[in-house]
Design a protein around this ligand. Structure first.
Ligand code: R5P
Length: 310
């Protein structure tokens, strides 16, 4: 049926795609994402999609195959005459290189935005971009969704007492301020340096944490070093319970083992990526399916998406 909503999933986070489909009360679009013998991606749509309002869910975290899968799927839908194609990218990868901060480096965030657009996406839905201004790298409409309502709901239910919200680096101060306002705590931040890529060194902690419960919030936990080093410094300054909240659980390398042995009592993340271990005592995974599902319905019905956050 023309303009029907259909949700297709790549292979990067099929569990989240299914949860969204369940929220929408739909089955996932019928398609095959497979590999040729040499490893190349083979995509085939197994139903008529002429005139449909197609959404493709695929976080573009490494490996780069995930990004390529998204592009291949968009191309397939475009050539099959979908009316509109929305790339739903809960985690937008390659976002860290978003400017020429030194000579002779690429701007990968812009490159990926170009690739998604050229493949044929008409719009993009994404979550907690590493830098919000990446929105402007797209010349097609983009809806930037925040996981904050999901994380805040959890923290509101599980925290009491004197609270400080800490930004583990300067880049997360804005997120920290929003959380402090909503949770009724004060705001602090950590002056972090990176002696080498992926290493984190705490230079200073700004804010009074003595005898207080602390929540650190960030867009992503990658190696975990930022959160772990910050928690160590905050503990030494006399903080009570220290928790971490982040949208994207990248958990690369030894992150999980290191987080397990850290001063963090609980690490609360969402399922934009599928890398958090289910059933871990320390790691709590919250679903963003309802939030993304609601955004999808509203886009489909041409209703306001921003009103999701008020
Ligand atoms: C900083 O630029 C980001 O907001 C995160 O703090 C950072 O990406 C986290 O990385 P890691 O877990 O490797 O310290």
């Amino acid at each position: 049926m023309a303009n029907e909503l259909r949700l297709f999933s790549g292979t990067a986070n099929p569990v989240l795609a299914q949860e969204i489909a369940d929220y929408l009360g739909l089955g996932l679009g019928k398609a095959e994402v497979e590999r040729f013998n040499d490893g190349e991606i083979r995509f085939a749509i197994l139903e008529n999609v002429r005139g449909v309002d197609a959404f493709v869910l695929q976080p573009t975290a490494p490996p780069a195959e995930n990004l390529l899968e998204l592009l291949v799927m968009i191309d397939g839908l475009r050539r099959a005459s979908a009316r509109r194609i929305t790339a739903v990218v809960p985690y937008f990868g390659y976002a860290r290189q978003d400017r020429k901060d030194r000579p002779r480096v690429p701007i990968t965030a812009k490159l990926v935005a170009n690739l998604i657009t050229v493949a044929g996406a008409d719009r993009v839905v994404t979550m907690d971009l590493h830098a919000p201004q990446i929105q402007g790298f797209f010349d097609i409409p983009l809806d930037h969704i925040y996981a904050a309502p999901v994380l805040l709901r959890y923290f509101t239910q599980h925290l009491s007492g004197d609270l400080v919200v800490m930004a583990p680096d300067i880049g997360s101060i804005k997120m920290g301020r929003a959380f402090a306002k909503r949770l009724g705590g004060s705001l602090g931040f950590v002056d972090k340096r990176r002696p080498r890529a992926d290493e984190a060194e705490v230079m200073n902690v700004v804010g009074d944490v003595l005898g207080k419960n602390v929540i650190m919030v960030d867009d992503i936990i990658n190696t975990g070093n930022s959160m772990i080093e910050a928690a160590k410094a905050i503990k030494q300054l006399g903080a009570k319970k220290i928790m971490a909240g982040a949208t994207h659980a990248m958990f690369s390398g030894e992150a999980l083992a290191k987080l397990d042995g850290s001063e963090l009592e609980q690490i609360v993340v969402t399922n934009t990526l599928d890398r958090a271990p289910i059933g871990s005592e320390k790691i709590k995974i919250l679903s963003v399916a309802e939030l993304l599902g609601e955004a999808i319905v509203r886009i489909h019905e041409e209703r306001s998406v921003s009103s999701l956050f008020v």
